[in-house]
Design a protein around this ligand. Structure first.
Ligand SMILES: *Cc1c(COP(=O)(O)O)cnc(C)c1O
Length: 396
């Protein structure tokens, strides 16, 4: 049995997206900036894709800028709000402690350039509190950037409430919705979202393409200078095959979304119940306010990396709560942000299931994780210390 349970890292391209991409490479190969018919047809196709994508999030076509993915969209959104804020003397930014590194590292760069950043706590449940957001707002706040759904623990943030607060205070609100677009309903107007980032490869589109929504009226700042593509706001010949495939994948993803989500949530909860039976384990993040495809568990007394290798040998592709940075194994900043200590965070597992997951596959996952955790604990020095009472269990 081969089970791909790492859809939060990337998804398999859909058949329709592959077909669209191939067709566009063969047929619509013109440069959208060229004046002859082949170029102008490509331009029309580009605008068709833009209109389709805008429609899905209730934006206007001219509010969509195509980018190379979620990271670029995040970078451009933050630069836009920061430069616009600075012109008015506003240099304070509010974000959360468990954003994606595309946000956190950009904020670090802005801090080095004179901006001040407040990172809101996300508490044990992995959700920001709107009263704490409101309390953090200052006269000089130029941006609030809070993700729609977390990529590691899947917790969904109160985006509509955050949007309403920001609108009331006249502050630009950006949301990294890379884990949400194509998976949750989004309406930028109703939710008062000013900027939003998305990435095609998280909803069965191709890698290396995404988009940034910027509400009209906000002056967009360029990250990439050059030609006049994207109304002068993002230079570079448009990746039309990728963009068309992204539009196709998004259309497919939002069709029957409710039904697909209901199925995934049912299997997710089945997995959560099954894995909860493992002693000294805990679910990470709120059980209800979470993406239908996300399961994230910590198991005391083991290391996440070894779980992954052993699960891979059983045909399961998953992800851990650690990231290998410069040779050292750092526990995930997300798990630390919800209060997991280093040791516990290290023994964490993220399963991000797809809409085609079956009950039989879930059973195979539960059985394999039980087996692997038990096996790893049988020779773990940390587990021995815990069971011999030399160390206190943290997870009951
Ligand atoms: C994957 C991801 C990104 C980065 O998107 P890329 O298209 O890979 O650059 C940003 N934010 C979140 C929440 C993600 O999950």
């Amino acid at each position: 049995m081969q089970i791909y349970a790492d859809n939060a890292a990337t998804t398999k391209m859909s058949e329709a997206a592959i077909r669209t991409m191939t067709e566009y490479m063969q047929t619509w190969y013109g440069n959208p900036s060229s004046l002859y018919r082949i170029g102008q047809r490509a331009k029309e196709k580009l605008e068709e894709a833009r209109a389709e994508i805008a429609g899905v999030i209730n934006a206007e076509p001219r509010e969509i800028i195509f980018t190379s993915g979620g990271s670029e969209a995040d970078n451009q959104a933050l630069l836009t709000a920061a430069l616009n804020g600075k012109k008015k003397g506003k240099t304070h930014i509010i974000s959360s402690a468990f954003e994606h590194h595309a946000i956190l590292h950009t904020l670090k760069k802005l801090e080095k350039n004179g901006f001040e950043v407040t990172l809101l706590p996300v508490h044990e449940n992995g959700i920001v509190r709107t009263d704490e957001l409101e309390a953090a707002i200052r006269e000089d706040t130029c941006l609030v950037t809070i993700m729609t759904a977390n990529n590691e623990i899947g917790t969904i943030q109160p985006v509509s409430e955050i949007g309403a607060i920001c609108r009331k205070h006249g502050i630009v609100f950006h949301t990294d919705a890379v884990q949400a677009v194509g998976h949750l309903p989004i309406d930028v107007k109703a939710q008062n979202i000013d900027m939003l980032s998305a990435s095609a490869h998280k909803f069965h589109g191709p890698k290396g393409v995404g988009f940034l929504y910027v509400r009209k009226g906000i002056l967009i700042q360029n990250l990439i200078e050059g030609g006049a593509q994207e109304r002068g706001k993002r230079a570079g010949t448009e990746n039309l095959p990728g963009i068309a495939a992204m539009a196709e994948a998004l259309k497919e993803s939002v069709a029957d979304m409710e039904k697909k989500n209901a199925h995934m949530a049912e299997i997710r909860d089945y997995l959560i119940r099954g894995l909860s039976g493992i002693p000294h384990s805990a679910l990470n993040g709120d059980a209800e306010q979470r993406l239908p495809g996300n399961v994230n568990f910590s198991f005391e007394g083991i290391e996440g990396e070894s779980i992954l290798i052993l699960l891979d040998m059983r045909g399961i592709s998953a992800s851990s709560g650690s990231a290998c940075t410069s040779g050292a194994l750092d526990p995930s900043h997300v798990l630390l942000a919800i209060g997991r200590i280093h040791d516990v965070a290290h023994g964490s597992l993220r399963l991000s299931i797809g809409e085609d997951i079956t009950k039989e596959e879930a059973d195979h996952i539960i059985g394999s994780v039980r087996e692997v955790v038990e096996h790893l604990r049988s020779f773990s020095p940390v587990w021995r210390d815990l069971t011999e009472g030399k160390k206190e269990f943290i997870l009951k």
